[in-house]
Every structure is written in structure tokens, then in C-alpha cells.
Design a binder for this molecule. Structure first.
Ligand SMILES: Cc1cc2nc3c(=O)[nH]c(=O)nc-3n(C[C@H](O)[C@H](O)[C@H](O)COP(=O)(O)O)c2cc1C
Length: 188
């Protein structure tokens, strides 16, 4: 069982974690990413389908994704915006993509998506406890079959829930939440 102090530490990690947009250049140690994924898989998961796959993306893969994303953006936002985004993505120190296996049953897929999001939160909280931040991105590129091809996923079977940029925070944004008394409906 957890002690009071570890519960308080967990609370502190949950509350202080922020989405990080600007990272320092150093990549986090590979073994810490492995530890985070090792913890991620303890997420609640109905029927224990363990539907997730974690793809640790090296610099070459990040570069391929940055170019794919920029190529997609040219048409929508123009060359300058695409180049700016390319440069930003090329500067990312590390990234993990996360997918889950689609099983063809809508209800189970919803459960598996939910479980995979819980796993992602475990991963993010562990890394945050080590001083490493993430940005969960659902950029349109993650649904592109070319993205699946780059990370070695099958677009027919694997749904990517996000691309998680990863690194030591350059700065930590402030965020707030609605007070919980506005979220609660107490029933008899
Ligand atoms: C499913 C999901 C998708 C997200 N996609 C993006 C994204 O594409 N771009 C982005 O800047 N942030 C994205 N975020 C991060 C949220 O914007 C962020 O969690 C929110 O602003 C609250 O900030 P916090 O994480 O620091 O508390 C995503 C978060 C979730 C849960």
C-alpha cells in the first residue's frame, strides 16, 4: 500500500504536470522512456486486451514525420507556415507515438481507446516525475497512412492516439481547472 507521503507526491505530479510546447535540445535518456512505457501498461484495461503499442521515435523518424507534416501543410497553410512547422518539429528532442489495435467492434474499440489514453497519462506522469515534459499532439498527420508507414503501423489495424513530443521543459505554462464543486452532482 502507498504511504501518505507517496500519495501526496502523486497528487503533486498530477497537479503540476503541464503540456510542454518548448523543450531544451537534450534528448531524455532512452532508459527513462522505457521505464515510462513499462509503467504505462498498468493502465486499467477492460478484458485485458492490452491494445497499445509505443513507438520511440529516433531523430531519423522524427525528421521523416516533420517533412511529411510540412508537405501536407503547404497546400492548407502555404510554404512559409509549412517550413516553420517543419523547423519546429525537426528541433524536437524526442517523441513517442502511441497506437491501439482496432478490433472491429465499435464498443470494444472505444474501451481500448480509453484504456490507451489512461496508459498515455501514466507515461506522461512518470516522465513528469523525472522532470521530463510531453506534448500530446493529435495533429492530422497521425491519421495519414504515410505516417503509419513511417512508424511501422498498419493503418487498417492500428489507430494512433497521438504523437507525444518529449523533452526537458524550456518553460512550463500556467494552466488552471474549473473548481471541482462546479463539476459534481451529488445524488441521493
Ligand atoms: C487527446 C488530446 C489531444 C491533444 N492534442 C493537442 C494538440 O494537437 N496540440 C496541442 O497543442 N495540445 C494538445 N493537447 C494538449 C491540451 O491542449 C492540454 O492538455 C490542455 O491545454 C491542458 O493543458 P495541460 O495539459 O498543461 O494541463 C491534447 C490533449 C489531449 C488529451
Amino acid at each position: 500500500m502507498s504511504t501518505i507521503s507517496t500519495i501526496q507526491e502523486i497528487q503533486e505530479v498530477i497537479i503540476s504536470r503541464r503540456t510542454i510546447h518548448k523543450f531544451k535540445p537534450d534528448a531524455p535518456p532512452r532508459e527513462v522512456l522505457y521505464e515510462a512505457i513499462d509503467l504505462a501498461r498498468w493502465a486499467p484495461n477492460h478484458k485485458l486486451t492490452e491494445p497499445w503499442t509505443f513507438y520511440i521515435l529516433g531523430k531519423t523518424t522524427i525528421s521523416r514525420i516533420a517533412h511529411l507534416n510540412a508537405d501536407r501543410l503547404v497546400e492548407k497553410k502555404g510554404q512559409a507556415a509549412a517550413d516553420k512547422k517543419r523547423a519546429r518539429w525537426l528541433s524536437m528532442p524526442a517523441a513517442i507515438a502511441v497506437s491501439f489495435k482496432k478490433c472491429g467492434d465499435d464498443f470494444r474499440e472505444k474501451e481500448d481507446y480509453a484504456a490507451t489514453c489512461c496508459a498515455a497519462q501514466n507515461m506522461m506522469l512518470f516522465l513528469w516525475s523525472k522532470g521530463i515534459g510531453m506534448k500530446w499532439s493529435t495533429s492530422g498527420v497521425i491519421t495519414d497512412p504515410a505516417f503509419h508507414e513511417i512508424i511501422g503501423a498498419d493503418p487498417a489495424c492500428d489507430e494512433v492516439i497521438g504523437l507525444f513530443w518529449c523533452g526537458y521543459p524550456e518553460d512550463i505554462p500556467q494552466k488552471d481547472r474549473i473548481p471541482s464543486d462546479q463539476l459534481i452532482k451529488e445524488l441521493p
